[in-house]
Design a binder for this molecule. Structure first.
Ligand SMILES: Nc1ncnc2c1ncn2[C@@H]1O[C@H](COP(=O)(O)OP(=O)(O)O)[C@@H](O)[C@H]1O
Ligand SMILES: [Mg+2]
Length: 182
């Protein structure tokens, strides 16, 4: 349970706005415009901290501002989840290409898991994309963006995405369709 009135990394939780929660913790928007994630579990906090440190410098991930064993203060990511964004705005060629580049970035960063759940991909107004909650990226082996493609399928954008993928990167299309169909 969150102890209301307590300070986290010097931040007064009463002055923060609740952003959301997942299975690992709760996330708040601080008065300075950062995202404070309070973990239930120290091991999860350490694992996420390690990943965010390894990807430091990549434009696709929020930078860590401060952290300790239970809390991470990081950049706030604006925008909408992939599925909600597409439901509202559809999938443009530009967004499809940005998603392809995102997975290519995972490869450059030496991720074993070349995938990201749609709920953890945020799309900003200019259609650039960012990852909010990277997990098991260096440990779980996934050879193609299966859950990302599932999200696209769920919102009726898979055909359009595959068309763009085939025209831009036929080499990846073969691999990703194979991973998806498995
Ligand atoms: N950096 C961020 N910027 C904006 N919102 C965020 C950020 N990190 C998390 N959130 C919000 O908080 C929710 C829970 O965060 P998340 O990191 O996914 O928690 P968990 O690890 O428990 O799944 C997200 O679904 C999102 O709405
Ligand atoms: Mg999450």
């Amino acid at each position: 349970m969150i102890n209301i009135g307590k300070k986290y990394l010097g931040i007064d939780i009463k002055k923060c706005k609740f952003l959301g929660e997942g299975c690992e913790g709760r996330v708040y928007l601080t008065p300075d415009g950062h995202a404070l994630k309070i973990f239930k579990n120290k091991a999860n906090c350490k694992a996420e901290c390690n990943i965010l440190k390894k990807v430091e410098g990549s434009k696709y991930f929020p930078k860590i501002i401060k952290a300790n064993s239970r809390y991470i203060l990081r950049e706030y990511v604006d925008g909408n989840t992939l599925e909600n964004y597409i439901i509202k705005n559809g999938l443009s060629k530009k967004l499809a290409i940005n998603l392809i580049k995102l997975v290519e970035e995972f490869k450059k960063l030496n991720f074993k898991r070349l995938d990201m759940r749609g709920v953890h991909i945020f799309v900003q107004e200019d259609e650039s994309v960012m990852v909010i909650d990277p997990r098991k990226t260096f440990t779980k082996k996934i050879s193609g963006p299966v859950s990302m493609l599932k999200s696209l399928e769920k919102v009726g954008a898979l055909d359009k995405f595959i068309k763009v993928l085939i025209s831009e990167r036929p080499d990846l299309a073969v691999k990703w369709i194979k991973a998806f169909a498995r």
